[in-house]
Design a binder for this molecule. Structure first.
Ligand SMILES: Cc1cc2nc3c(=O)[nH]c(=O)nc-3n(C[C@H](O)[C@H](O)[C@H](O)COP(=O)(O)OP(=O)(O)OC[C@H]3O[C@@H](n4cnc5c(N)ncnc54)[C@H](O)[C@@H]3O)c2cc1C
Length: 365
């Protein structure tokens, strides 16, 4: 039997692929399935990694500017994470990592289209995203340097020049989380929090012990308890009915909000705070910003999400004895979810060796 700890997007896909391989699977989730993951906007960016690269030169000063302008906040920071961040700041990964990331993205894209072909009950659509940015020329230069080679053009929206990202795929993460839960018919889903683990077992907070051939930790930023430098970059995801329906998916980096229309609601997301607390302290400015695109907002569902971010913005996929760790997708967890799950499942089943995304990279000088 295999145990998957954490039922966010990565854990759901891990359980899905393990179960498709015929494995007996128990998925343990401390809260409700995808309670954090479903905060996401649902913009899948298979050819763009720029947003995740929080360690490129200049990022720290941009983030500081966001803090000064009230667009981001640091409420608690892990010293191990900060030290590692300083160590990898400005460091580029080996070029082979980009080939690996690109293959992961293309695998994920194929899987989403396969799931949608079976039944598009999660509103998958290929559609450009309109990005409102401070400085279009600077953004064009940054996009040209993106190792995944995004297709884009400069367009117009609301009387200003914007970036139109052409390779985007939109999905409803709320509906996709429900679909994935339905796909897990053969998986035993257990509500509980794993308190500790050992070779071939996990122990829940209530003291119950579950033995397993393999354990996958897909527990988001909580993987820091396993010594992985991963921080919670918190954001909000709101489903709302609105007085104005935006005609397209908008990523407004100037106001700090994404606004994405779906059939029955508009998804509004925002904030990128270093913040492990589950409160709604910084939600009001997100809703205020969204009014520009959506008019009056009647929020009927609010999710708080914690993007698990490593200091270099790249994921961690690693096997340590009988334990696999799959985390660190930061802003792109839905984009890479299927590939993260597939690789984690293969690592657990012994069907592949280690991956180029081991956390050992942080130990290197
Ligand atoms: C506002 C916002 C907008 C976003 N927009 C996008 C987007 O448009 N496109 C995109 O690709 N990505 C987006 N993301 C990023 C994406 O949502 C994350 O990368 C993704 O959710 C990470 O998934 P995960 O499964 O690794 O972690 P999580 O979603 O954090 O899941 C981990 C799960 O593990 C559980 N857990 C933790 N510890 C334990 C334990 N000890 N025992 C049992 N269970 C445990 C937690 O309760 C949690 O449910 C967005 C994120 C946010 C917050």
């Amino acid at each position: 039997m295999y145990v998957v700890v954490g039922g966010g997007v990565v854990g759901l896909f891990t359980a899905y692929y393990l179960s498709r391989e015929g494995a007996d699977v128990v998925l343990i989730e401390a809260e409700s399935l995808a309670h954090s993951s479903r905060a996401a906007a649902g913009v899948l960016e298979f050819t763009k990694f720029e947003l995740n690269r929080i360690n490129v030169r200049g990022y720290a000063s941009r983030y500081l500017k966001m803090i000064i302008n009230g667009k981001a906040a640091i409420r608690r920071i892990d010293p191990l994470w900060l030290l590692t961040y300083l160590k990898v700041y400005g460091r580029d990964p080996d070029p082979s990592v980009w080939t690996f990331m690109s293959e992961m993205a293309q695998f994920s894209k194929r899987e989403y289209f396969r799931l949608a072909e079976e039944s598009n009950d999660f509103e998958l659509r290929e559609e450009p995203v309109f990005e409102v940015v401070e400085d279009v020329e600077k953004e064009v230069e940054a996009l040209k340097k993106d190792p995944l080679r995004p297709r884009f053009e400069v367009g117009e929206l609301d009387g200003r020049q914007v970036i139109v990202y052409l390779d985007a795929v939109i999905v409803s993460t709320d509906l996709l989380a429900e679909r994935l839960s339905r796909e897990l018919k053969n998986v035993r889903i257990l509500k509980g929090r794993v308190a500790h683990y050992g070779d071939g077992y996990v122990v829940l907070e209530d003291g119950s012990k579950i033995e397993a051939e393999g354990v996958v930790f897909s527990s988001g930023w909580w993987c820091r308890k396993l010594g992985i430098p991963v921080a919670p970059l918190k954001g909000y995801g709101v489903r709302a009915t609105t007085s104005k329906r935006p005609s397209r998916a908008i990523a407004d980096f100037v106001r700090g909000v994404f606004v994405v229309p779906f059939t029955k609601w508009v998804k509004i997301t925002g904030r990128f705070d270093v913040d492990p607390y589950g409160d709604l302290k910084y939600l009001p400015p997100v809703l205020e910003a969204a009014r520009h695109w959506a008019g009056d907002i009647n929020a009927f569902d609010i999710a708080v999400g914690f993007r698990p971010c490593t200091p270099d913005g790249l994921p961690v996929l690693e096997k340590r004895g009988g334990v696999v760790i799959a985390t660190g997708t930061c802003r792109l967890g839905w984009t890479y979810g299927p590939a993260m799950g597939k690789i984690a499942a293969e690592l657990a089943l012994g069907k592949r060796g280690d991956s180029p995304l081991s956390a050992r990279r942080f130990a290197a000088r």
